[in-house]
Design a protein around this ligand. Structure first.
Ligand SMILES: Cc1ncc(COP(=O)(O)O)c(C=O)c1O
Length: 485
């Protein structure tokens, strides 16, 4: 039984193909998103003049790490290395850059991973269903973007305390927006709203926390992008030492399952806010690292493949966010010998990207990583998603000065150590996995049998290895149906 690809409904599939024809939609395969060289030249020619964020269906082909924003075509993987002058560690830290996806964040890929199987099987009928995207921000952004391309009614659910930019953007793209009580970590309130909406058969809930299309996309697109960057780096003794990923829905960390096969000794490190240390010690609480940490363990998280947990203080992230974006901060950074180009590239890091950077530093310190070691992480989205947070911080704390920059650099970056860092024993992993029971089996209708099955590596291998070829061939079949419509 596939947990991603459902039964084919021929009638709906045909109807959907007709809708796609009307809208000019062609679906990219996962292969093409992983390797855009496979995209037909005819599509590339049409795509080139289209803006990265335009509501144009061809932008589905830009759900890849390889957009070249200079040419409008495709190039190498977008990544940024954070220099040792800033990290204060010997190991190299490299983050894939999410800013250059349509919508400005990599979550548009997870959304496509959840929607594509429903479209090509006829499970989702764009002429009847409304697509419901429960999220703490970027996933519903990606989902509503994909929905707009298909002319589908989208419902975005997100906590009311998320940044104003997110709400504004969702409304202008035409989504119905539902704000649930609380902040970042109030996911239970989102689930309650999903239950309420799910009572209406017209609402199809695409719950990223439980949809395997989410990590599947990262396994087949994000992880190979890291592999490619790693292979292109110089050095005979280079070592893919760690993969660090903040977990919101735990889709991105799914890339770690692919990387484990290539680099069996790597450390997969999950990151969360110290103010909501669910993985670290079953903790809970509100925090300001938008996009992560949800007081529960997502159903799609293969906890057994996670080697360590790093909890990061949200105050460190907020202060560094100022350091990396305020003029006095950047001047201070340049005074450390960091090039102008790298200093201005620091705006490629949104708040959770900074969390990932700090967790990479903790990882390197904990495992005594050296010059030969490379830590890969994800710069999910960029500072432009959080301009209003900078304004708020200026209002609350006054103008950012070089004295503050020196303090923040020394206190929040250089002095990071491996406090709130837990290397997971077999039983620690099991403790985190077991926590799924209360959310998923008790509250969300998953079965007792399946939570037991999830402890087996075979369960995950089956999900990651046995779906993508079939999915790609269904996508190709579906595109042929569109052409014939
Ligand atoms: C800004 C940001 N960072 C990190 C994440 C976490 O990614 P994932 O949901 O794949 O765990 C998200 C998820 O929405 C996000 O929006």
């Amino acid at each position: 039984m596939s947990r991603i690809i459902g039964k084919i409904n021929e009638e709906v599939r045909r109807k959907t193909a007709r809708r796609c024809k009307e809208k000019g939609v062609i679906l990219p395969t996962f292969k093409q998103l992983r390797n855009p060289e496979l995209i037909p030249q005819e599509i590339k020619d049409k795509l080139q003049p289209i803006g990265l964020w335009d509501i144009n269906p061809l932008n589905l082909f830009r759900i890849t790490w390889k957009n070249d924003i200079k040419t409008g075509l495709f190039g190498g993987v977008n990544y940024l290395e954070i220099p040792n002058e800033l990290t204060g560690i010997k190991a190299r830290v490299i983050g894939l850059v999410g800013k250059y996806f349509p919508t400005g964040a990599h979550k548009v890929g997870a959304a496509y991973g959840c929607l594509a199987p429903r479209l090509v099987t006829g499970e989702f009928d764009p002429t009847y269903h409304k697509a419901v995207w429960p999220s703490t921000g970027n996933y519903c952004r990606g989902g509503t973007f994909d929905s707009a391309l298909l002319g589908v009614h989208a419902i975005a659910i997100l906590p009311e305390e998320m940044s104003q930019e997110r709400f504004d953007w969702l409304r202008q793209i035409g989504a119905e927006v539902i704000a649930t009580p609380g902040c970042e970590s109030n996911v239970k309130e989102i689930y309650d709203k999903c239950h309420e909406l799910g009572a209406d058969p017209q609402n199809l809930i695409l719950n990223q926390f439980a949809e395997f299309g989410n990590p599947l996309w990262h396994y087949h697109v994000t992880a190979p992008a890291m592999e490619e960057v790693f292979n292109g780096l110089k050095g005979d003794k280079k070592n893919f030492a760690a993969y660090v990923s903040a977990t919101g829905s735990a889709g991105t960390i799914g890339a770690g399952d692919y990387l484990r096969e290539l680099y069996p000794l790597l450390k997969v490190v999950a990151t969360e806010a110290a103010e909501c240390p669910t993985l670290l010690n079953n903790g809970f609480g509100g925090h300001r690292i938008e996009g992560i940490g949800d007081k529960h363990v997502p159903w799609v998280h293969n906890v057994r493949n996670t080697d360590a947990v790093a909890a990061i203080r949200d105050e460190d992230c907020m202060r560094l966010f100022r350091l990396f974006n305020e003029p006095a901060g950047l001047e201070y950074i340049r005074s450390l010998g960091v090039s102008d180009e790298t200093a201005s590239d620091l705006s490629l890091l949104g708040i959770s990207s900074i969390c990932n950077l700090l967790a990479s530093i903790k990882t390197a310190k904990y495992f005594d990583l050296t010059e030969d070691d490379i830590v890969f992480t994800i710069f999910t989205d960029a500072a432009n998603m959080y301009d209003s947070r900078l304004v708020e911080l200026n209002e609350q704390r006054g103008v950012y000065t070089s004295a503050l920059a020196a303090i923040d650099f020394n206190v929040c970056l250089l002095s990071q150590t491996y406090d709130d860092f837990l290397e997971l024993s077999y039983q620690d992993k099991k403790r985190i996995h077991n926590l799924k029971y209360y959310t998923w089996v008790e509250q969300q209708g998953k079965t007792y049998e399946e939570i037991l099955e999830q402890w087996s590596p075979e369960y995950w291998k089956n999900i990651f290895d046995n779906n993508v070829e079939r999915l790609d061939s269904l996508i190709e079949e579906f595109n042929a149906l569109i052409e014939k419509s």
